[in-house]
Write a protein that binds this ligand. Structure first.
Ligand code: GLA
Length: 575
């Protein structure tokens, strides 16, 4: 855990407001933001404000990833061959620009500076060189790691190396970053017990405050332990339940100071605290388990103070696994943004934003906090190349429409079109549903197989025809950035509606059943949905986006849809 112990200065805008309840005399109030819902679900405590706003992924990102087909069997030749095939097949022209290396690109050794490096045999030219070659084809390179101690394939990951890894990726020219959740170590909910704080500058103490001189809020309370000479310490700071604040710490000049927390050793686990200085800078710190002779210990954090009076507030905002994940992913997002900006500044070039893909499989409700942390978030467990998996993922993701929007997308995982035993209808449905759900379109098939021997597109290849259907892709990429809603379902037959720019809509019939099924949809019913901007009129132009037929429709759109199949239409008002 030592790697995890370093403190991180972190922009306070989001994390700063660890608002806690107020202690009135001896009565302790549960702070409002630690509430449990009636169902007993712990609500998110981390205050989230604004969006991630890195200027990337304003429409769902499109590209390819090595994982679904190649797993750990990847090397730089495969990545380059795939990039060339993306270009030669017309996929690049269709919008697929990110070439993402998933797990297994890393050496198990960091270099002498602690930086990740490509596998020394399979990526021997280095990732920067690979990025340059991919860029020369007009494409962008993506990369992967995990926020735990190791990746899902047990290779080095980023816990404790967040800043250095973000900087390395920016220096390599990475433009898409997927951050997994394997070997995750949650941020502790416990806070340390604090006896006193001292502030020093260049080895000289300039201030000391006992815990009983601080202002307590929430459940914070003083324990007067008269068995020890020093007596008192503050407890009740755990799990977003309380805080202690020292409101007036005088510093002789602006600069860096050492804050020493005198800790009462009482617990055998890691503890976490955030230190909010002057209501704006947050320093995060892990206090290690205590297994030693002394009852007291000290824990130091470097903080910036300004000349004159300063306030220091200490608390632990983490009251659930959800808070922990939100904080960890948010912190990495900040590092990525800062690294991209710093690199651009240093080289006097425009910022290359890094699309930030959060991959914690939906277990910590990332749709609730993801838009503030990154550009997209996985909503489900891993996809597999068979129908039951595609369907199960769709059923979860389709309900999350209200969280998606430009720069912030629900991610129902990478495409399996062309993989496993999906039939032609199933491949088409999988692709269409992902487009209706404004999902990132990250291909997972072997792109080289879409080409003839002479490196030209194989026109008979149904996978290629599906994934380059420009009209269906346009539904996914529509600049309005609205995910479809399920207008109706009987469990077997779903009717989906996705508002499009220009007062148009996409309508999709999806037949999950084992038999062909007839669908009928009155356009007037679509028009009167509050989220739709299709005008009321006498007739509509309805274009079938797979067979490309167009019809003028006055009332009802109807179709026979095969088993596991879809129909998708674009509808606009005539004249
Ligand atoms: C997890 C992710 C997958 C893939 C693998 C790599 O399972 O969800 O998408 O990245 O790890 O090990």
């Amino acid at each position: 855990m030592t790697r995890f112990m370093k403190t991180l200065l972190f922009s306070a805008a989001a994390a700063g407001a660890a608002v806690v309840g107020i202690k009135i005399k001896n009565k302790r109030l549960r702070p409002a933001n630690v509430a449990k819902t009636a169902a007993g679900i712990v609500k998110l405590n981390i205050p989230v404000t604004g969006g991630y706003n890195n200027g990337a992924a304003l429409t769902p990102p499109m590209g390819w990833s090595s994982w679904n087909t190649f797993r750990n069997k990847i090397d730089e030749d495969l990545i380059l061959e795939t990039a060339r095939a993306i270009k030669a097949s017309g996929l690049a022209d269709a919008g697929y620009v990110y070439v993402n290396i998933d797990d297994c690109w890393q050496s198990s050794m960091r270099d002498a500076d602690g930086r990740l490096q490509g596998d020394l045999v399979h990526f021997k030219s280095g990732i920067k060189a690979l990025a340059e070659k991919v860029n020369a084809l007009g494409l962008k390179l993506g990369i992967y790691t995990s926020n735990g101690t190791l990746t899902c394939e047990d290779l080095p990951a980023s816990l404790g190396y967040e800043q250095i890894d973000a900087e390395t990726f920016a220096e390599w020219g990475i433009e898409y970053f997927k951050y997994d959740f394997c070997h995750n170590v949650p941020i502790p909910m416990r806070a340390p017990y604090i006896e006193k704080i001292t502030v020093s500058r260049e080895g000289t103490e300039i201030a000391e405050f006992g815990c009983d001189e601080g202002i307590l809020s929430g459940n914070a309370y003083i324990i007067d332990d008269d068995k020890l000479e020093s007596g008192k310490f503050v407890a009740g700071l755990s799990a977003n339940c309380g805080a202690i604040e020292f409101p007036d710490i005088s510093a002789p000049e602006d600069g860096e100071y050492v804050l020493t927390l005198a800790i009462r050793k009482k617990s055998n686990s890691n503890k976490y605290a955030e230190i909010l200085v002057n209501g704006k800078d947050v320093y995060k710190t892990i206090v290690p388990p205590t297994r030693s002779f002394s009852a007291q210990g000290r824990h130091q954090v470097a903080v910036k103070l300004r000349k004159g009076g300063n306030s220091i507030k200490i608390y632990n905002p983490v009251a659930s696994r959800q808070d922990s994940a939100a904080l960890q992913y948010t912190a990495m997002g900040e590092h990525l943004k800062q690294a991209a900006e710093r690199y651009a500044e240093k080289h006097n070039q425009p910022v290359k934003p890094i699309v930030y893909s959060i991959c914690e499989w939906g277990i910590n409700f990332p749709w609730r906090w993801g838009r503030h942390a990154g550009n997209l978030w996985r909503t489900t467990p891993d996809i597999k190349p068979f129908w039951a998996s595609v369907l199960a993922i769709y059923e979860i993701n389709v309900n999350l429409y209200k969280y998606a929007g430009p720069g912030a997308w629900n991610d129902p995982d990478m495409l399996e079109v062309g993989n496993g035993n999906l039939t032609y209808e199933e491949n088409k449905s999988h692709f269409t549903l992902w487009c209706m759900m404004a999902a990132p379109l990250i291909l997972g098939n072997d792109i080289r197989k879409l080409l003839n021997d002479d490196m030209t597109p194989d026109e008979n290849n149904s996978t290629l025809r599906i994934i380059t259907n420009k009209d269906v892709i346009a539904v996914d990429q529509d600049p309005l950035g609205v995910q479809c809603r399920r207008l109706k379902t009987n469990g077997i037959a779903d009717t989906l509606v996705k508002p499009l720019s220009g007062n148009e809509v996409a309508l999709c019939f999806f037949n999950k059943g084992g038999q062909p099924r007839r669908f009928e949809q009155n356009i007037a019913e679509i028009v009167c949905q509050m989220y739709v901007d299709l005008p009321y009129t006498d007739s509509y132009e309805v274009v079938d986006l797979w067979d490309k037929s167009a019809a003028v429709v006055e009332g009802m759109v109807s179709a026979e849809v095969p088993s596991h199949g879809v129909k998708i239409y674009k509808i606009k008002a005539r004249g």
